[in-house]
Design a protein. Sequence first.
Length: 303
Amino acid sequence: MKLAGLRTVLSSLCTETQRVAGRSVGRILQSAQPSRLPCSYTASSIGAVRSMVQNPYRRVVGHKLEIRPGKHTATARKVRPPKVPMHPIFDTDRNLNLFITYRDLKLKWMRTTMPSRKRINIARKWKAVKNVNPTNKPTCMFVMHSKMPQKTKASEFPPPGKLDLTDSFAVFKSNPLYQHKVTVGDIVQTEKISRREAGEQITFGTVLMVGSKDWTCIGKPTIPYAKVKCTVEQQTLARETLVFKYKKRRRSSLFQRQRQWVTMLRVDEIVMDPDMKPDGPAPKPVRLLDLWANRWLYPEELA
């Protein structure tokens, strides 16, 4: 009987101790609750004080890739005031090579901490900055057929004297997609060139190659001192292209006729002048406001 009474007294003391310890841990957790950080609780043994482990909310994996746990995320999102880029005049004490650009700020302003049901979610992505190198200055290679095979480095310019361009040909580009091999007097069909009428003169400066029976000039990628002068013959429609589509399961068919707008050009002259100077900047387009303001003026007053 005495042993049984002693056991009951010891068990009641242990339960009371655990209850007091549980209240103290509960108070500690309530005081740490406003931080709203994801955490886990571990209990080592009966009667021991439980410890709180804070898990990192984000981590960087690989190169410029940041992930976060999408499950069991905090409901409240910590709001930080957005940063604004400073003008270089007002941050003279900082390294200007490390200033924050607007593109970096947009990445920081993204709502990347929204909760999700996925276990792991990509929190932020960085796009690599486009590496745009300045294009090299176009050059060319002038080769005389009498000196073939060319064993030394070819010259960029022809020998002194006037070149004979009577029986020469040229390869030029009328737009980014199409190339044309022409001689003087040829008629060329190209894609429609907008805002051009019949009889107008057009000069094409993207010449890829010029040659004759005695010499050849190859552009790398274009010849800087060559031009092809053309005249617009007409703006017309090409022949019909028939389009027929049929679906046997649905028994549906579609029949169309299509005609494409094209521009007919006549090659007037092929120019090769090593002393040619590059054209200046393109003329500034006329504003509609100026046209409307000067609508009552005579041509002599406009000049």
